[in-house]
Design a protein around this ligand. Sequence first.
Ligand code: SF4
Length: 220
Amino acid sequence: MYTEQQLLPISALQHLIFCERQCALIHVEQLWAENVWTVEGRQLHNKAHDGKTDSRGDTRITRSLWLKSHRLGLIGQADIVEFSSDGTVTPVEYKRGKPKTDDSDRVQLCAQAICIEEMLNTTIERGALFYGTRKRRTDVAFDDVLRQKTELVTRRLHQMIDQRETPAAKRQKKCEKCSLLELCMPDSMKREKGVASWNARQYAGRSADAPKSDDFSIFE
Ligand code: SF4
């Protein structure tokens, strides 16, 4: 069980799945920068957090509920949690754009569900992601595979933060969408690699010209 001081933000799971270096720059080195996508995302979240607890039929809708799990060592705020009169609890998370190709949104939502389960001693079968582009909910089942992945990513997050580890930059297609692109400078790492391999080639070249052990045989 993690202590209160060891709790890490649930949102960091998303950063970790997107790019381990991005996660370390934000959560180890405390760097942050906005781009159009982060601003859009924040606006959508603010909208979701706007408003008080209300009811729709037999469902109570709570906004901005604080969640934590000492077992996973996570803390965060849910956009919406719905409590139905039959005991069903459903976390709902608002996201900009459309469903992603990776599991980051599903893992974040599953982590929220595990937090609520621990806090309320209940079981949550499903949640939903509401994407800004589609403007409708995508159902998410918290099956064993998703739960295991969530636990695995969470353990990796704690390991990275504990060891204050910042992985090296690796230029990828997704860097174009990363708000930390200018701070991360993946292209300079590429150049450094280029310089390193040029140095290695030069050294190898010199080594090739250098006398080998057999060349000294004439002096024997
Ligand atoms: S610019 Fe690329 S390598 Fe750097 S943090 Fe962003 S996604 Fe990761």
